[in-house]
Design a protein around this ligand. Structure first.
Ligand SMILES: [Ca+2]
Length: 379
């Protein structure tokens, strides 16, 4: 008790020596802001009193460190900052909850339950043949392990630059990190490979896709996701799709966005239409076919493709629609299932995904139905 009194008295003296004249004026009409103030040594109310800080301006006194939360005028804060027994004066910064969103489609394919079971896609390599991946995105940087661009011009030769956003969005659905922020991907620890076969305007060619498939074979990819396609058949693109499949890669592609409201006709795009490729249709939150989703006998599986929230370049997140958004849900479920059952061949894995899908009806619309990770893992 004696010591406290002593230091209080000595502080009063020190404080008096440091009070600049302006303080007396300002403390009356102060525009107060909230500050965190740390003392160099024990917290002493006497220092504050000397600057005209009232008892009511002390909002909180901390226990473990000599810190006070204070209502101060700008002049008071300035004065305290210059005081030898004050270590730090900081404006109390605003903070917001840093929370992670689980998009509806991630839950619809049972990914959070598969994560609870211990599966995350860890060790499974997924090639994203697309517009590139923004590898600096906080939700993706941990999982992007490599890449390749089929373009040589300076605007498009970097696979980790995505001037369009499409590839970054697709990548996030497959493997956005479980990092407490942004969104959660289906297989949040899968290895992503940015294979840039579409330019910054989202355009590309079949030769580029074939080059991307060739790179994927040469670099031991487990899964290829192609959220792309065209209406023209190509024997060479088919030969490359078949080659990847025969090399043990699971090949997944968007069925296309050429569906009509009536679901009449065969509108599935290439390469999704080839036998060696899983054609994925898009469903909405009611498990109904999205009106744009291509239909036909080649449709093999369905997955969420309406209002799909995922990553976009520049630390952003946006909702997109398309079978492009459905395909990576299947690629992610395949990654989870393959981690759980590494002994399956690609054709056995494909069979498992078909057998465990939720039947939604018309096979030209939905194929075998909605892809489901827990059912596939437990099959
Ligand atoms: Ca995240």
């Amino acid at each position: 008790m004696k010591r406290i009194l002593f230091s209080f008295a000595s502080l009063l003296i020190v404080s008096l020596l440091f009070i600049p004249g302006v303080f007396a004026q300002d403390s009356t009409d102060k525009q107060s802001e909230r500050y965190l103030v740390m003392f160099d040594g024990p917290a002493e109310a006497g220092i504050l009193n000397a600057f005209g800080v009232k008892e009511s301006d002390i909002l909180h006194e901390f226990d473990l460190l000599p810190v006070m939360h204070l209502d101060l005028s700008t002049e008071q804060a300035k004065g305290l900052k210059n005081h030898p027994q004050i270590k730090f004066v900081e404006e109390d910064a605003r903070a917001e909850a840093f929370s992670q969103t689980t998009p509806w489609g991630i839950t619809r394919v049972q990914a959070p339950d598969a994560h609870q079971m211990g599966y995350s896609g860890n060790g499974v390599k997924v090639a994203i043949l697309d517009t590139g991946i923004d590898a600096s995105h906080p939700d993706l940087q941990a999982n992007v392990q490599g890449g390749y661009s089929v373009f040589s011009d300076s605007a498009n030769n970097n696979p980790f630059y995505d001037g369009d956003g499409h590839g970054t969005h697709v990548a996030g659905t497959v493997a956005a990190a479980n990092n407490g922020g942004g969104v959660l991907g289906v297989s949040h620890q899968a290895d992503l490979y940015a294979v840039k076969v579409l330019d910054n305007n989202g355009g590309g060619s079949y030769s580029g896709i074939a080059q991307g498939i060739e790179w994927s074979i040469n670099n031991d990819m487990d899964i290829i996701n192609m959220s792309l396609g065209g209406s023209a058949h190509s024997s060479i693109l088919e030969a490359y799709s078949n080659l990847a499949y025969n090399e043990g890669i699971l090949v997944v592609a968007a069925a296309g966005n050429s569906g009509n409201a009536w679901g009449i006709g065969d509108t599935v795009a290439y390469p999704a239409k080839y036998d060696s490729v899983i054609a994925v249709a898009a469903t909405d939150q009611n498990n109904n076919r999205a009106s744009f989703s291509s239909h036909g006998p080649a449709v093999e599986l369905s997955a969420p493709g309406v209002n799909v929230l995922s990553t976009v370049p520049g630390n952003g997140h946006q909702s997109y629609n398309g079978t492009s958004m459905a395909s990576p849900h299947v690629a992610g479920v395949a990654a989870l299932t393959w981690q759980a059952k590494p002994y399956l061949s690609n054709s056995q894995l494909r069979q498992t995904l078909q057998n465990t899908a939720l039947n939604l009806g018309n096979s030209n619309f939905y194929g075998h139905g909605l892809v489901r990770s827990v059912n596939a893992i437990q099959n």
